[in-house]
Ligand binder design. Structure first.
Ligand SMILES: [Zn+2]
Ligand SMILES: [Zn+2]
Length: 345
């Protein structure tokens, strides 16, 4: 089959991998319809994090083509959303909602295990992992929004849930990438009244407003903090959502969080939490990699009802033959998020 192959930094191209086959009775084979490139794939692309040569990509939707003898819950022909990791949904961590820590779980597209950026994927623990999509004849817009549940929308939602966003809250979202924009949408969905998006790019600001942002702050660093504090009467926000992970964005998130609040963190940290300073303001933090598998059913219901449309984050499209361009567009910030159209349903 055709699949994206990571060969090294700035070298992701289409190549061939063996057609996946059922290896364990809990496996399923999924024919990929839509896939996409993740912000975290860019770390590998830029050489900032190591990645094995081979398969890559962990966000995809597709149709179940074959199931092992012990797969319950999904059947051949089902349209399914794959969370960005696979998990069993029966171990103590999965049962506690921490699918990311599944004792049997693992990563798609790690060089060896099939990646989402390919024609087909062998999905381990398929009954626990895959979420079937009810109904048929979904529009392309809806399919794009279902794809966003695989990672970015679930991750943005995790930031909002971790920070305890609730009705009437004032929320600030630090980061205007696909996850930050999804966090705006998630905060809006959870009833936040005022949502301050920190963004400098007109196109991203526009999408943030479409997703529910009421205010846009273009400043960065200390100036951003001063602006957000001014907007909130000097109090700070009820919930700060950190969706970048740089030292500066972490600093900003903690400095705009009001005393007694919780910062939601989903940006993979490249900085430190200012521990002593947050202690004296009773500011906490929660977050980490999203348990997407736990969130997908509720978010999917809203996508299917047409009340959220997270697929709007995809503003660039290629096919597998042009996968290198999908990466380059995001790397050069020409695109918020690249969609890869693999096959039609
Ligand atoms: Zn991802
Ligand atoms: Zn598990």
């Amino acid at each position: 089959m055709k699949a994206a192959i990571f060969r090294g930094p700035r070298d992701v191209e289409v190549g061939t991998r063996p057609d996946p086959v059922i290896q364990a009775p809990t496996d399923a084979i999924v024919r990929v319809a839509l896939a996409c490139v993740c912000g975290s794939d860019l770390w590998y692309y830029r050489g900032e994090s190591p990645h094995a040569v081979g398969s890559i990509g962990h966000e995809f939707i597709g149709v179940v083509e074959e199931t092992g003898s012990q797969v319950d819950g999904v059947a051949v022909g089902d349209l399914v959303v794959a969370p960005f990791i696979y998990s069993c949904m029966s171990c103590p961590h999965c049962l506690n909602g921490s699918t990311i820590s599944c004792v049997q779980g693992g990563n798609f597209g790690n060089g060896t295990i099939d990646g989402g950026q390919g024609e087909a994927v062998r999905v381990p623990l398929a009954g626990g992992t895959l979420v079937p999509v009810p109904g048929s004849g979904h529009s392309d817009d809806m399919l794009r929004s279902l794809l966003a549940l695989s990672d970015v929308m679930s991750t943005g939602h995790h930031a909002a849930v971790s920070a305890g966003v609730g009705k009437g809250d004032t929320v600030a979202v630090v980061g205007d990438g696909a996850v930050g924009l999804s966090a705006v949408l998630a905060a809006h969905r959870l009833g936040a009244e005022r949502i301050i998006a920190l963004s400098r790019q007109p196109r991203r600001q526009e999408l943030a407003r479409e997703f529910g942002a009421t205010d846009v702050v273009e400043a960065r660093g200390d100036a951003a903090t001063a602006t957000v504090l001014a907007l909130t009467g000097g109090v700070g926000v009820d919930a700060a959502l950190e969706c970048v992970g740089t030292a500066q964005s972490i600093e900003t998130a903690f400095s705009i969080a009001r005393p007694g609040s919780t910062v939601g963190i989903v940006g993979v940290p490249h900085g430190e939490v200012p521990f002593a300073r947050t202690f004296f303001r009773n500011v906490g933090w929660r977050g980490g990699p999203a348990p997407a598998r736990i969130y997908i059913p509720d978010l999917m219901a809203d996508v299917l009802a047409g009340t959220i449309n997270p697929g709007r984050v995809f503003d660039h499209e290629t096919d597998l033959d042009h996968i290198g361009e999908a990466y380059a567009a995001m790397d050069e910030r020409r695109s918020v998020k690249s969609l890869v159209r693999v096959s039609s349903l």
